[in-house]
Design a protein. Structure first.
Length: 235
């Protein structure tokens, strides 16, 4: 981005807005680092499910009928397709917000507990929201493709009478790792949607963004480390 454009942006965004936006970005990156890259990643809900995905593929090694497994992968693909389509609709909604800027700014003026914002600040906020949903769409689209690759790798696991156990195990583990990678991208897309909802707080003001971001972080941390679903996997 040209330096002049950056200077123009910083000239219309207040210091409190920059602090709130910085908090939002740091919180997102910190949570992602905790769940995906830190030493606690293996004890998270996603990490425990990765172990179960490998167990699933080890079960697949012992049976020749793979219709159950392909049906499961198809269901995972459909979930990615659904949320990818939802992201496209969200992007369209963001573009509609840009085209209706005058009407929305009038609503800002009519709401007593919100501060009046300039058209430039409003457009920056909408652009940021659009970027989040574009990111989510790419994640869901790639997850859909990877689940398709996983189904192909499942089809490549040979039958029990045609190969040794080691050959089948190696092929199944390859499919498991592809499945895990796909699930990570799907989870990243879901995470983007959650943070997109938190980002909506910025439209009410910088302090609202900090509150909504903190709330979303608390919800996601609870689900990953303190939820009933995690206890089921531990038990």
């Amino acid at each position: 981005m040209p330096a002049g454009a950056m200077d123009a942006i910083f000239s219309i965004i207040t210091a409190s807005d920059l602090v709130a936006l910085g908090f939002f970005i740091v919180a997102w990156l910190a949570f992602e680092a905790l769940v995906d890259y830190s030493g606690w990643r293996k004890t998270s809900l996603s990490g425990l499910m990765a172990i179960r995905r490998r167990e699933w593929m080890m079960t697949l090694v012992e049976r020749d009928l793979r219709m159950i497994d392909t049906a499961i992968v198809t269901g995972l693909q459909q979930g990615s397709a659904y949320f990818g389509s939802a992201s496209i609709l969200a992007i369209g909604g963001c573009l509609a917000l840009l085209s209706s800027a005058d009407a929305v700014l009038q609503i800002y003026r009519d709401i007593p507990f919100t501060e009046a914002v300039s058209r430039g600040v409003y457009e920056i906020k909408v652009f940021g929201l659009t970027t989040i949903f574009v990111y989510a769409f790419f994640k869901f689209g790639w997850a859909y493709r990877l689940f398709n690759y996983c189904s192909i790798l499942i089809g490549g696991v040979r039958h029990t009478q045609d190969s040794s156990y080691d050959e089948r195990r190696t092929a199944a583990l390859r499919a498991a790792e592809m499945n895990i990678i796909a699930s990570r991208h799907f989870t990243a897309g879901m995470r983007a949607i959650f943070f997109g909802l938190a980002y909506l707080g910025w439209f009410l003001g910088p302090w609202a963004l900090i509150v909504t971001t903190s709330f979303v972080i608390a919800v996601l941390v609870r689900r990953q480390y303190f939820s009933g679903a995690r206890r089921v996997l531990l038990d």
